[in-house]
Design a protein around this ligand. Structure first.
Ligand SMILES: Cc1cc2nc3c(=O)[nH]c(=O)nc-3n(C[C@H](O)[C@H](O)[C@H](O)COP(=O)(O)O)c2cc1C
Length: 184
């Protein structure tokens, strides 16, 4: 196992991974996209099924059409790149877990590469169906989200109803040995 001399710096960077919704227009270099895809490829999945396919979307019109699926993802139109996650559609629960894992790794890797990422959910079943049509994904596959990637312009949430920032304190989130028990 690797022991990193800068592990604490890495952890600090991980803690600082935020949802980025505003990007500079600069394109992402091809080798950087490949790094991101390699991180995605090596993500662990249930029984190592690797139930995913990744669509690299850098076509402005396609990103614009995705952004119009619902107002909370309008900001996707500004991203120079998106990685749409397609799942086999064979095991709903484990694939949802796998999708979360690969998404988080993409967001962390993006931050470590000086980029920012944002998760965008397409919405309900009919909006997912529309996303599949836009991206040419067979309807029997699962497609719920795209991870937008770009050089961050701001960490602000530009939506009319921004999500609340910050996090709950550890004291509210952690118990010891039994649910609800504090450290004795
Ligand atoms: C499953 C999931 C779906 C999300 N969908 C959206 C979305 O559709 N649009 C959006 O702007 N943010 C979306 N987010 C981002 C969350 O709003 C964000 O992670 C949360 O507000 C914390 O943001 P912060 O890390 O910048 O503090 C999603 C996050 C998750 C985990």
């Amino acid at each position: 196992m690797a022991v990193l001399s800068n592990a604490r710096d890495m952890l600090e960077q991980m803690r600082k991974v935020r949802q980025i919704r505003q990007y500079r227009p600069d394109p992402i270099p091809e080798d950087v996209i490949t790094e991101l895809l390699e991180v995605a490829r090596w993500t662990g999945s249930s029984r190592n099924t690797q139930p995913w396919h990744f669509i690299v979307v850098d076509d402005r019109e396609t990103l614009r059409r995705i952004s119009q699926l619902r107002p909370p993802i309008a900001w996707v139109a500004e991203a120079p790149l998106g990685i749409a996650i397609v799942l086999d559609g064979e095991s709903e629960t484990s694939e949802a877990y796998d999708e979360g894992r690969v998404t988080e790794r993409l967001l962390v890797a993006a931050r470590l590469l000086g980029l920012g990422g944002g998760v965008a959910w397409y919405g309900d079943a009919s909006q997912q169906g529309e996303a599949k049509r836009i991206l040419g994904i067979p309807q029997e596959r699962t497609a719920r989200s795209i991870v937008a990637i770009g050089y961050p312009r701001s960490v602000r949430d530009p939506r009319p109803n921004p999500a609340r920032g910050g996090r709950k304190p550890l004291a509210e989130l952690v118990s010891y040995n039994r649910y609800g028990a504090r450290r004795s």
